[in-house]
Ligand binder design. Structure first.
Ligand code: 26Y
Length: 793
C-alpha cells in the first residue's frame, strides 16, 4: 500500500471517496486524516498478527498495568516508527495535502494527568522498539484530562472529548469481554477438599477491551495497549436499569473523578478494581489458552504495577488462583509474589493511597477477605522477625486503623520495588519505606526514568534531528546512546552556528504560535525560559513567578540594570479542586499583565502562560526552550521527565538537586547546568527538626519584602486574591522553602542571563554538552534495565 506512489495516491483518493461519498477535491482535512490513519492501521495489521503469533510460542510476556496512559497523538509517531514519514509527506504534498495539517486534526489521547501517565506511554514505545513482549493495560476513559480554558486569568475546566469523531487507532473486541463483580456477599462452602468461596448477589460490570497497536521503531514489532471500557453486563438482573446503566458507565467515563467525598472515592476504587480484574483475567485466559501451566505462571508472565493504583491486581490474582483454580494459599502466594513488581512515583504522603475499610469491604467483599489474610500472614512473619516490636509491626501492617494501605500491600505482594531516580530510591530506602527496606532489602532497586527520544527528539524536533544526522550519522535514531558522538562538536564553531540556527528556528515557530494563541509578541532572540508541568506547590511555579516580579522591580528601580531580554513561558494544569494551585495560575497571569504592559520593561521581560498544556503542545514548546526550569523543593520531585526532554533538545537546566536533576548534573558536569538551592538532606532535616523561619527572609531581604508586599498591596489586584499565597509564605512558614531558596535562585538566574548575553560561545557549548549527555535518559535504557533486572525477559 505504501510502496508505490501512484498506487498509494490512487488508493487514498478512492478510499476517501468511498468512505465519505464525496469527491476528493471537496474532502476535508479531517476526512483525509481518518482515511490516511485507517490505511496505516491496516498496513500494520499483518505485523500485528505476526507479533502475536510470535508471542504465542512461549516467551515471557510483560503486562504494564497503569491507570494512566498519556499517549498524545499517534499518526506522526507511527509513521516515523514505520519509516514512512518522509515518503508520505512528499506523496501527500503532491496531492496538495500538508501532512502536518493532518496531524493537527488528531486529538491528543490524554488518558493521564502528567509524569506517571506519560512515562507509561514512553515505556510502551520503548518496549515495542526494543522488540520486547510488553503490553499495556489501562482504562478507556471516555473523557481524558480536562481541557483548560483561561478566562480572565482563571482556569476553567471543560470536558475533553477525544472520541467525538470515533477513534481510528482502536479495535473493539467485544468477544473478549469480561464481567467484573462488585458488591454482593461471599458464600462460604465447606467441602471435603477445603473451603470454597463464591460471589452471591454481585452486580456485574462488563469490561470490553479496545486494543491499540503500539508500533515499534522499524515496524517489526507491534505490541498491544488494551484499554477497557465499562458497559452493562447481561449477567445482572434488571432492577433499576437507568441507575445501573449510569453507575456502570460512570466507571470508564472520566479520568480520576473528584475523590473529595465518599461517592467519588467509591468510583475511584471501582475504576481500580475494574482495571485489574479485567486485565488479570485476560492475562490468565491468554496464558492458559497457550497451554500454560498455572504453577509456572511467574516464569511466563511478569505484571508491573504503575504506582499503587493497580495494586488490587495482587489480591485479584490470589482470588482467581484460590477460588477458580483451587490452588492452595501457599502455592498461590508463591506465584503471586514472583509475578508482581511495583514502582513508586512519589514520597508525598498525601499521594499515598489508603482506603477506608467502610468503603472497601462492602464494594469488594472477597478481595477484602484476601487482603486481610495477606495482612495476617505478613504480620506473622514480621512478628517472627521482630518479636515484641508491636509499634513497628503496626506501622508496617497492610490493614490498620480502619484503613487498607495500598503501598504496603504492593510491597508485600511484589518481588521488586523500585524508585524512579537515584535520589528518590535512596529516600524510599532510608526514610519513607525504611522499615520495609530493613525487612527485605533485596526487593528494593532503582530504575531512573527515561523518555522516548523517538517522540521527544525525532518527532518533536525534526530540524535538530536532521542536523544531528548530518553531523554524527543516523545511528542515534535507533540507539540514543550514540548522541555521545556529538561531544567533540562542542568546540566546532560551524556546528555551533548551525545548532544555534535550529534553536532560533524553533523559537520563531513557537513565537508565532504564542502570537496566535495569546496575542503577545515575543522576541525569538530573547532567552526562552520555560516551566511546563502540572501545577503543584512543591514544583514551585511560585518561586519562578516571584522571581519575575522581583526582576521587574529591579529594572523599575534601577534603569541602568543590565539584563538579557527574557521571555518566561509557563504551561500548567491545576487539579480542579486544588484551590492554591489555581490561585498561582491567576498570579502568573496578573504578573504577566503588569509586566507585559509596562513600557519600562517592554522588550526586556515578557511573561506568557500557554493554556491547555498537553503532549502535543509540549512538542512545540520544548524544542524552543533555552532554559528548563526544574526547581522543585529538593527531595519532593521523585524524578521529573520533562527535565530530560529539555536536555535532549539543548535547553540548559536551571534546577535544584532533586529527582533526576542529580543524574543530569552527573552527565553534564557542573559547568553545563545551573544548580541552586537547598539540598534534599537539608530540606529533610528542616522538615524533621524545624529551624526555618520564613519571616526572617522577609525582614532581612528588602527585595523579597517589596515583592511579597505587592501580593497584597493592590499592585496586582485589589480584591485580595493573593492573600492566601502571601499567608502560605509568611503565616504558614513557607512549607516549600520558596523564600529560603529565593536569593540563591535569583543569583543563579542572573548568572545564566549573563552567560547567554556575554558569552554566547560558552552557552552554545553548554547546549552541545547537554544533548550529547542526554542519551542515557532514553527510556530504551530504562526499559532494558527493567527487562533484565526485574522482569527477566
Ligand atoms: C492517588 C492520587 C492522589 C494520585 C494521582 C496521580 C497519586 C499520584 C499521581 C501521579 C503521580 C505522578 O505523576 N508522579 C510523577 O511520576 C513521574 C514518573 O515517574 C515522575 O517523574 C515525577 O517526579 C512524579 O511526580
Amino acid at each position: 500500500m505504501f510502496s508505490d506512489k501512484k498506487a498509494f495516491q490512487e488508493s487514498f483518493k478512492k478510499r476517501l471517496e468511498q468512505s465519505y461519498s464525496i469527491s476528493f477535491q471537496d474532502s476535508t482535512r479531517a476526512q483525509q486524516f481518518v482515511t490516511l490513519s485507517n490505511m496505516v492501521r491496516e498496513h500494520i495489521s499483518s505485523e500485528w498478527i505476526e507479533t502475536n503469533e510470535r508471542y504465542r510460542k512461549g516467551n515471557k510476556q510483560v503486562y504494564y498495568l497503569s491507570i494512566e496512559f498519556l499517549l498524545g497523538r499517534l499518526l506522526g509517531q507511527n509513521l516515523i516508527n514505520l519509516g514512512l514519514y518522509e515518503t508520505l509527506e512528499t506523496w501527500l504534498a503532491d496531492l496538495n495535502i500538508p501532512l502536518d495539517e493532518l496531524e493537527e486534526i488528531e486529538p491528543d489521547a490524554a488518558l493521564g494527568n502528567g509524569g506517571l501517565g506519560r512515562l507509561a506511554a514512553c515505556f510502551l514505545d520503548s518496549l515495542a522498539s526494543l522488540n520486547l513482549p510488553g503490553h499495556g493495560c489501562g482504562i478507556r476513559y471516555k473523557h481524558g484530562l480536562f481541557e483548560q480554558k483561561m478566562v480572565d486569568g482563571f482556569q476553567m475546566e471543560l470536558p475533553e472529548n477525544w472520541l467525538r469523531y470515533g477513534y481510528v487507532w482502536e479495535v473493539r473486541k467485544s468477544d473478549l469481554s469480561v464481567d467484573v463483580p462488585f458488591w454482593g456477599s461471599v458464600d462460604v462452602i465447606e467441602r471435603k477438599e477445603g473451603t470454597k468461596f463464591r460471589h452471591v448477589d454481585a452486580e456485574y460490570v462488563r469490561a470490553v477491551p479496545h486494543d491499540m497497536p503500539v508500533v515499534g521503531y522499524g515496524g517489526e514489532t507491534i505490541n498491544t495497549l488494551r484499554l477497557w471500557s465499562a458497559e452493562m453486563s447481561t449477567m445482572t438482573p434488571m432492577h433499576d436499569v437507568l441507575k445501573y446503566k449510569r453507575e456502570t458507565e460512570a466507571i470508564s467515563e472520566f479520568l480520576y473523578p473528584d475523590d473529595s467525598n465518599d461517592e467519588g472515592k467509591i468510583l475511584r476504587l471501582k475504576q481500580q478494581y475494574f482495571l485489574v480484574s479485567a486485565s488479570i483475567r485476560s492475562i490468565l485466559r491468554r496464558f492458559l489458552s497457550n497451554g500454560g501451566e498455572l504453577k509456572e505462571l511467574h516464569k511466563h508472565v511478569a505484571i508491573h504495577i504503575n504506582d499503587t493504583h493497580p495494586v488490587l491486581a495482587i489480591p485479584e490474582l490470589m482470588r482467581l488462583l484460590l477460588d477458580e483454580y483451587q490452588l492452595s494459599w501457599d502455592e498461590a502466594w508463591h506465584i503471586t509474589e514472583r509475578t508482581f513488581a511495583y514502582t513508586n512515583h512519589t514520597t508525598l504522603s498525601e499521594a499515598l493511597e489508603r482506603w477506608p475499610i467502610r468503603i472497601f469491604k462492602p464494594l469488594l467483599p472477597r478481595i477484602f477477605m484476601i487482603v486481610e489474610e495477606i495482612n495476617e500472614r505478613f504480620c506473622k512473619r514480621l512478628w517472627e522477625e521482630y518479636p515484641g516490636e508491636w509499634g513497628r509491626i503496626e506501622k508496617m501492617a497492610i490493614v490498620a486503623n480502619g484503613e487498607v494501605r495500598m503501598a504496603h500491600l504492593a510491597i508485600a505482594g511484589s518481588h521488586s520495588i523500585n524508585g524512579v531516580a537515584w535520589l528518590h530510591t535512596e529516600i524510599l530506602k532510608n526514610r519513607e519505606m525504611n522499615d520495609f527496606y530493613q525487612f527485605q532489602p533485596e526487593k528494593f532497586n532503582n530504575k531512573t526514568n527515561g523518555i522516548t527520544h523517538r517522540r521527544w527528539l525525532l518527532k518533536a524536533n525534526p530540524e535538530l534531528t536532521s542536523l544531528l544526522t548530518e553531523t554524527i550519522g543516523d545511528g542515534f535514531q535507533k540507539d540514543a546512546a550514540e548522541l555521545s558522538k556529538l561531544a567533540p562538536y562542542a568546540d566546532d564553531s560551524a556546528f555551533l552556528q548551525k545548532l544555534w540556527d535550529v534553536k532560533t528556528k524553533r523559537k520563531e515557530i513557537l513565537a508565532k504560535r504564542i502570537f496566535e494563541q495569546n496575542g503577545v509578541k515575543v522576541d525569538p532572540s530573547s532567552i526562552f525560559d520555560v516551566q511546563v508541568k502540572r501545577l503543584h506547590a512543591y514544583k514551585r511555579q511560585l518561586l519562578n513567578v516571584l522571581h519575575i516580579l522581583a526582576l521587574y522591580n529591579k529594572v523599575k528601580a534601577d534603569s541602568s540594570y543590565q539584563m538579557a531580554p527574557r521571555t518566561f513561558i509557563f504551561g500548567a494544569k491545576a487539579s480542579p479542586g486544588y484551590f492554591y494551585a489555581k490561585r498561582i495560575i491567576k498570579l502568573i497571569h496578573s504578573v504577566a499583565d503588569l509586566v507585559n504592559n509596562d513600557p519600562a520593561t517592554k522588550g526586556l521581560i515578557t511573561v506568557v502562560f500557554m493554556e491547555n498544556y498537553r503532549v502535543s503542545l509540549a512538542e512545540d514548546i520544548i524544542p524552543a526552550a533555552d532554559i528548563s526550569e526544574q526547581i522543585s523543593t529538593a527531595s519532593k520531585e521523585a524524578s521529573g521527565t520533562g527535565n530530560m526532554k529539555f536536555m535532549m533538545n539543548g535547553a540548559i537546566t536551571m534546577g535544584t538537586l532533586d529527582g533526576a536533576n542529580v543524574e543530569i548534573l552527573e552527565q553534564t558536569g557542573p559547568d553545563n547546568i545551573f544548580i541552586f538551592g537547598l539540598k534534599a538532606e537539608e530540606v529533610m532535616s528542616y522538615d524533621k527538626e524545624g529551624g526555618y523561619r520564613s519571616m526572617d527572609y522577609y525582614h532581612h531581604d528588602p527585595l523579597i519584602r517589596r515583592t511579597l508586599d505587592q501580593l497584597v498591596d493592590g499592585t496586582l489586584d485589589d480584591k485580595g486574591l493573593f492573600g492566601v499565597i502571601y499567608d502560605s509564605l509568611l503565616g504558614e512558614n513557607d512549607q516549600y522553602f520558596v523564600l529560603k531558596d529565593f536569593e540563591s535562585y535569583r543569583k543563579t538566574q542572573e548568572e545564566a542571563g549573563r552567560i547567554y548575553a556575554e558569552d554566547q560561545a560558552r552557552w552554545r557549548k553548554m547546549m552541545v554538552n547537554n544533548i550529547s549527555g542526554s542519551g542515557i535518559f532514553s527510556s530504551d535504557r530504562t526499559i532494558k534495565e527493567y527487562a533484565k533486572e526485574i522482569w527477566n525477559i
